[in-house]
Design a protein around this ligand. Sequence first.
Ligand code: FAD
Ligand code: NAD
Length: 458
Amino acid sequence: MRHFDLVIIGSGSGNSILDERFADQRVAIVEKGVFGGTCLNVGCIPTKMFVHTADVAAAPASGARLGVDAHLDGVRWTDVRDRIFGRIDPISEGGRRWRAEENANVTVFAGTARFVGPRTLDTGTGETITADRFVLAAGSRPVVPDVADLESVGYHTSDTIMRLDALPPRLTILGSGFVAAEFAHVFSSFGVRVTLIARSDLLLRREDREVAQRFTRLASEKWDVRLSHKAVRAERVDGVVRLHLEGPEGSVSVDGEELLVAVGRTPNSDLLDLASAGVELHPDGRVVVDEHQRTSAAGVYALGDISNEHQLKHVANHEARVVQHNLLHPDEPIAADHRHVPAAVFTSPQIASVGLTEEQAAERGVRYVVGSQAYASIAYGWAMEDTTGFAKVLADPGTGEILGAHVIGPQAPTVIQPLIQAMSFGQDARSVARGQYWIHPGMPEVVENALLNLPLEY
Ligand SMILES: Cc1cc2nc3c(=O)[nH]c(=O)nc-3n(C[C@H](O)[C@H](O)[C@H](O)COP(=O)(O)OP(=O)(O)OC[C@H]3O[C@@H](n4cnc5c(N)ncnc54)[C@H](O)[C@@H]3O)c2cc1C
Ligand SMILES: NC(=O)c1ccc[n+]([C@@H]2O[C@H](COP(=O)([O-])OP(=O)(O)OC[C@H]3O[C@@H](n4cnc5c(N)ncnc54)[C@H](O)[C@@H]3O)[C@@H](O)[C@H]2O)c1
């Protein structure tokens, strides 16, 4: 049985651990799918390449209110698709080849790993290996909901929808979270009629309620949004997927040439038989880790979607850097910093958030005040004739500590960054607002004014 110093399961964020400091270690990477993981192949990167393309496709329609009459002639779907994956696929294959063929100390196993005992791994390739240390970086996968006949009818997930052969006339999206909101924007901007089905009465309901309500209203003006509907059965009728729903008005159905299921992601821990490795799990399947990303089994670390509740690439990257340090310096381990994890939804309008929502602040009994600013009331908002975006900041009125921030509107993920920085470095709201220049008339003035609108007491 071959023995390694280190085994990494999953080639997404786990792959970034290895650098020249590991050159004297015998390392194995086990990957069951395409090299490079979710973000590169089927997640952040291709989706944002589609989102930017969708923003361009949607631009002509927004010109009229500025006095610019433009027309979208068409979207060459297969050209768009092939441009995007023509760039991504070679990066994935190049990464695999580099590790497998040019890293003398690294062995890549193309199989589904499964523990068969403490520190003993069936690589799924016919070979079982042992190692001193393991990194569990096996990520997550789309959840498939319990809807009768879904499997036999056929459906897409985010893993497959971006590789369609042709744009469908209609797309039904089951779900109302990040994936649903981003793909609804992409496909509707390309001319596809989108129906979005939400179980609750709000889209993106984990966002601050004001943001979720604004988004739900704007989305309902563009897409056929069915709130408070539960999908119960799927059926294929003349090449069309018919989804039967139970809603406030009783039983209804919606038709679409394609169906995208986007109801969350579940950790891949169940594939690994972690009980045989002595690794404990949370009830929801996430691997239990301490602040140093160590699991309950000695020498076994975990990072990314398999262990954290955020399921975001910047969190997985941060944890990979923590694991990297702790593998190299086990006697001086560093802790992961999950204090202020931001997130952004690249839909239309864009949404970004960090820290507490107003509902969470109220629920926790935290003393807070709110400062808000509409894009419509800052100079760049006038330039864009924006009427729907706003920024909102929550702060402690006594100390000015920034507790949370929420932005819905153009470039929200960029606009929010000064607030993430302020929270990370413990800067108070008044100092952030008045202790620096804000470029005039830049979009971050929406944040400056939200800060100035806080009714602070000091
Ligand atoms: C459509 C979509 C868009 C997204 N957009 C964003 C975004 O804009 N910003 C953001 O921050 N995050 C985004 N995310 C989330 C982000 O992609 C993930 O949080 C991140 O990729 C998780 O990284 P990871 O290393 O934990 O797992 P992954 O990158 O998923 O890597 C895990 C790897 O392990 C392999 N594996 C699993 N089980 C086994 C096994 N038993 N044996 C061997 N190999 C195994 C898998 O095949 C996979 O390659 C998006 C996700 C999706 C689905
Ligand atoms: N921009 C980004 O950072 C980005 C983009 C896409 C995905 N992601 C990550 O991937 C994860 C998965 O995305 P997602 O959109 O699939 O999940 P999500 O958790 O964001 O949203 C899933 C939604 O589906 C609903 N739902 C659950 N079960 C349902 C059912 N049976 N029927 C109807 N609705 C149901 C949930 O209430 C929830 O609103 C996200 O949590 C996010 O962390 C991030």
